[in-house]
Design a protein around this ligand. Structure first.
Ligand code: ACO
Length: 163
């Protein structure tokens, strides 16, 4: 468990090994992903880390192992009232530390190509673009997704080398 300012960052659960009274905080995860169905493709095989303020979960990220060398942040979200306060940056740093400590060579993260703010945040945190998953948001979601009037199509993949 680590302290982030006056918040506590704790390991929430991994896979199915969570305490019965701990519910998956879909409200937060849905800020970063469009549907529960999409979230359930990775969440049960992810390790979740949350920031709690009192009883409330105010931020989260999910780490998903891709292979022996690579681990991906599949979801990262901060509740709106606490966005822009540096919590996202600290979560990215925490994920970097955990990935490095565990011996992974690279930490990955993906975001829609139109998500300029997120791209900037990830680049500031040391991630570099290395690929594009073409038509990801068309082929993996049942309905077209629009953000700021733009239909999401491609996912940009970014990577931070750790060694
Ligand atoms: N435009 C440009 N830069 C910004 C903005 C903005 N609107 N907001 C913050 N930044 C900068 C900050 O200045 C900061 O830079 P610094 O490190 O030099 O100080 C950096 O981005 C990080 O800012 P934080 O305050 O730490 O970011 P925040 O706590 O708001 O978390 C996050 C960022 C997770 C993207 C949050 O805004 C959020 O939950 N958004 C909605 C969900 C979302 O889009 N999640 C990502 C989807 S992709 C995925 O999950 C893999």
């Amino acid at each position: 468990m680590a302290r982030i300012g006056h918040f506590t960052l704790s390991r929430y659960f991994s896979g199915w090994n969570f305490l019965e009274d701990e519910k998956i905080p879909y409200n937060l995860l849905l800020l970063a992903d469009e549907t529960i169905e999409a979230i359930e493709k990775y969440i049960f095989n992810s390790e979740l880390f949350v920031v709690e303020q009192g009883d409330e979960v105010i931020a989260i990220y999910a780490l998903y192992v891709l292979n022996k060398d690579e681990i991906e942040i599949k979801n990262i979200a901060v509740i709106e009232a606490h966005q822009g306060q540096g919590i996202g940056r600290l979560l990215l740093q925490d994920a970097t530390n955990k990935a490095r400590e565990r011996g992974f060579k690279a930490l990955l993260i993906g975001t829609p190509d139109s998500a300029i703010k997120q791209l900037r945040i990830y680049q500031k945190a040391g991630f570099e673009m290395f690929g594009v998953k073409k038509r990801f948001f068309i082929e993996n979601y049942p309905e077209p997704i629009f953000e700021n009037g733009v239909q999401l199509e491609d996912m940009v993949m970014l990577r931070k080398l750790l060694q």
